[in-house]
Design a protein. Structure first.
Length: 405
């Protein structure tokens, strides 16, 4: 089936309209003469639509006269007709050739250079090193050796561990910076970075100063880096002098400290409120900005909604070396909204206020804090408007930080 369509397109085919008292005689005569017909479609008892190879059309004219039918060409399809059309339109063919040539020439230049993955390394430094190897806007992209540029970047910037270069009209440099290994802090204590009640203390190095259930303040020492020796045992009957006390040993305290910490969040919801809802009606306006003048290309001159939200996006033509084209393309998307008045019961307002307090908790709880319990409390009475809810969240989190001494 597919090969027949390819073959027909390659040699060209016609879609014919056959009309007469007996179109079936026309079909029988065509098959007896070896003329291949396909996609037969009866539109009425005396009208038929068929497809035939273009080189067989001359033979069908004689068969149509024998069967007392009239044939008319509806469509011409295939490569021969396409080439014939271009032969009559030489300027169109020439314009297409010039367009492809210009497209090839323009795609041979580097227009923009994007740099991804920089954190500590300056992008200007990377652009300068890339320009030394020919990778900069305005140059031919065939002049850039990617492997040589990668070696140059890794050699000149020891902060990089990986570099990848894509050369094209929109060139791109992707880099990965080396991870800095933290230097040793020396002797230090582990102190609390915030107030809380100790839940777990695991001292790997150093002397624990608190136990489970103790209340600690911010900055209080939890694991000390100063290890004091135990008191020597007194000599029997005080006949011998006490053994000399061992000196204090200082270490870099290390350990894991978890504490229970409480956070409070507040949410409120009015019982009578006007809210905005979307109507799913939208409009787009496309403009060109030349200097201080804005010209609308497509869309209405004014947004046809009473209440709406807008979202504007802007784009500029790429800079050619030091030439900036003062043309800006502006797209304005407007979405219609309607205002609806809502009246909530106490329970509905309470639930909404609790949800808003919970959203605040999700946003503001510190990273790594593990919620243990939540407690909701209504502030005020049932007749208050708005309804206020106070959310208390108990969390378990690590609070130990190193403090050198």
């Amino acid at each position: 089936m597919i090969m027949r369509k390819i073959w027909a397109y390659f040699f060209g085919y016609l879609s014919l309209l056959v009309q007469g008292p007996h179109p079936e005689r026309f079909i029988n005569l065509a098959f007896t003469r070896g003329v291949y017909l396909w996609d037969l479609n009866w539109t009425s008892p005396d009208t038929l639509i068929v497809k035939v190879y273009a080189h067989s059309f001359r033979a069908l004219r004689h068969l149509a006269r024998q069967s007392k039918c009239r044939i008319r060409i509806r469509k011409k399809r295939g490569l021969p007709f396409l080439l014939n059309r271009f032969r009559r339109r030489r300027m169109l063919l020439f314009g297409g050739f010039v367009f492809v040539l210009l497209l090839y020439l323009l795609s041979s230049f580097i227009w923009t250079l994007d740099i991804e993955g920089t954190k500590r390394v300056s992008q200007d430094k990377i652009r300068s090193l890339a320009a030394e190897q020919g990778l900069k806007p305005g140059n031919l992209r065939y002049q850039v050796d990617r492997d040589q540029l990668v070696d140059h970047l890794l050699r000149e910037l020891p902060e990089l561990s990986f570099a990848e270069v894509e050369v094209g009209p929109r060139s791109r440099i992707r880099i990965v910076e080396k991870v800095r290994v933290p230097k040793g802090q020396g002797n230090c204590h582990i102190v609390a970075k915030k107030d809380g009640i100790i839940d777990t203390v695991l001292a790997l190095t150093g002397q624990p100063m608190v136990k489970e259930g103790d209340l600690v303040k911010k900055g209080q020492i939890i694991i000390s880096g100063a290890i004091y020796p135990p008191e020597p045992d007194p000599a029997p009957n005080n006949l011998q002098p006490p053994a000399p006390r061992k000196p204090v040993r200082y270490v870099q305290a290390q350990g894991i400290v978890y504490a229970r910490i409480w956070y409070r969040f507040y949410g409120e919801a009015p019982r009578d409120e006007v809210v905005e809802e979307e109507t799913n009606r939208t409009v787009r306006i496309y403009c060109i900005r030349l200097g201080g003048k804005e010209i609308t290309i497509k869309g209405p001159d004014q947004i046809p909604f009473k209440y709406y939200r807008t979202k504007t996006s802007r784009s500029r033509l790429p800079q050619w070396r030091t030439i900036k084209v003062p043309v800006e393309f502006v797209t304005i998307g407007a979405e219609e909204i309607k205002r609806v008045r809502l009246q909530r019961s106490f329970e509905e307002a309470k639930k909404l206020a609790a949800d808003r307090a919970r959203e605040q908790a999700v946003k503001k709880l510190p990273k790594g804090a593990e919620p243990v319990s939540r407690q909701y409390k209504v502030v005020g009475t049932k007749d208050d408007d708005p309804v206020r809810v106070l959310l208390t969240v108990e969390t378990k989190e690590e609070i130990g930080v190193a403090r050198p001494f």
